[in-house]
Design a protein around this ligand. Sequence first.
Ligand code: AHR
Length: 661
Amino acid sequence: MRLKNLLLAAALSGASSVMAQDYTLKVKATKPGAPVQSTMYGIFFEDINFAADGGLYAELVKNRSFEFQPDALMGWKAFGKVTIQNDGPFERNPHYARLSSAGHGDWWTGLQNEGFFGIGLHEGAKYRFSVWARVPDGKEQKLRVQLIDQNTMEERQDFESKDLTISSREWKKYTLTLTSNRTIAKANLRLFLCDPNGRSGSGTVDVEHVSLFPVDTWMGHENGMRRDLAQALYDMKPGVFRFPGGCIVESATLETRYQWKNSVGPVENRPLNKNRWESTFTHRYYPDYFQTYGLGFFEYFQLSEELGAEPLPILNVGMACQYQNWNDESAHAPATEEGLREYIDDCIDLIEFANGPVDSKWGKVRAEMGHPAPFNLKFLGIGNEQWDDFYFKRVKIVADAVRKAHPEIKIVGTSGPDAEGGAFDRGWRAMKEQKVDLVDEHYYRPIDWFKNEWTRYDRYDRKGPKVFAGEYACHDRGKKWNHSGATIYEAAFMTGLERNADIVHMATYAPLFAHVEGWQWRPDAIWFDNLYSAKTTSYHVQALFSANRGTHVLPLENSNFPAKGEDGVLASAVWDQHKQEYIVKVANTLPEARSVSIVLQGVSRLGQTTATTLDLSRYDADNTPAQPTLITPVSHTLHPTGGVINLTVPGKNFMVIQARK
Ligand code: AHR
């Protein structure tokens, strides 16, 4: 303790130059090395843990189109006389609800929606209700639309109520705005069929695509994203945005794979799909987990643009999930050009949807959706997490065809789910033969794995494809929830990604989002409930790396680089030519503080210098929606001496030091 204080005092006084330190980090400050790609740090989005419907996608009504299976009224409580019909106005979502007279003046017909784990509303906020409706017999009726608290002890359950007059025999979209007078996590939406005079309805109203959105979405888009969650993505300053997964790309069957063409065009007519994560884990089972594709490929490209991130779509290579089908070749599309035609077309058409002129087939769809300018797609992943011959023979056919049509697009292949071993090596060999531009590696691994991999990328072939660390997270030793004890290893490991930025061109922590009541997989970067969200310490590490990405790697020599499997101080350095700043990232995985001397070689004087510290020393602690700011980065000023920065890095702390030239 006394030593620590002494060192801290020395650091703050700036009294010494290079003292006897535990660690000396010699940075070749005047010799910038490889460029750090703008895509270096980014986000991985998959509709797992209710990340899309019920999460980022701001729709508050569950099963808005009455298409959930096997029960078209899942998420709804029906009362009075409600029947489900299947000849509705949207051919790919044909079901709708018919509300008819309950048979007595005191009996009511209607529907009540429970939302996703309830409907979260904020006091004073406005919500856009919309419904497609008609009166098939031409007899005018009303729909009373209410926000209710089913569990209140107040006199009234409804705290907002408005009427809509439905007068047309033809299907029409009706809208109104509701205002919530309270903040409530688990409201319901209730619709009553009424006569024009407001008494229980004696006619019939058909309703379809019943929707409720906050007016205040991210960027105000009507079919928009939940503001706090999109803002958290923006704050992360992602350079690349991978979408839509993940195993959701494949699903258990090819029929239920993610099909991007189903996710564009009018939102009412995007066909519902089973969510692959509904049934993957029987110990976390969600019978009501479907994909509406409301957050589809248009919204994805638009959000990428708004976040300033390069989109990286991952498309299906003609394969269902290998985990769920093992060696069953018949689960996949035939490995011939003919058999894979649909998958090849999906890739080529997606490029046209993103980049094609407005008079091309898919460019026109994009323009009609409101974005005539191209999205400038540059990357395409072919296959998510596939391995061995099943994959190699298919990716060759699909990638060759895509390259032929679009040589300008960089292709991302995969080395499969393992981070080492036979299948991984075979994967890399095949990807090299295939000459893909980047290889997507996945590692959800315990602390010991991370400690054994400090130098993972130092030993990679510099001449082959570049690395995309496409899914990774430290899962500790069996502990699966977010906690600081694991996060410090992510930070330390990431210094190795950065030191090797000549070959590591992208890295995306995974998964991104989790609803506290609807998760299947943890840890995750951002947790949320119906009202609030929390950036975990893993998120903060990602954001600190990304915001301080720099433009060029600075070679760094660590006097005491920890051996394989050992704890210690790990570091990386970059130069930012725009900000004219040296940036050094230091992670101390040891429980005790260590003194560190950063020597910026060739630099005689430094300008403003700050350290931003993330304290990860409380092993079990992390941020939650209930305590979102328990652990956040804290900045303070440093006082270097010449080009030397002496400091103490407390145990289990991650620090980013920014020094102006
Ligand atoms: O991120 C969760 C899952 O992990 C992804 O869907 C899959 O690619 C990996 O196995």
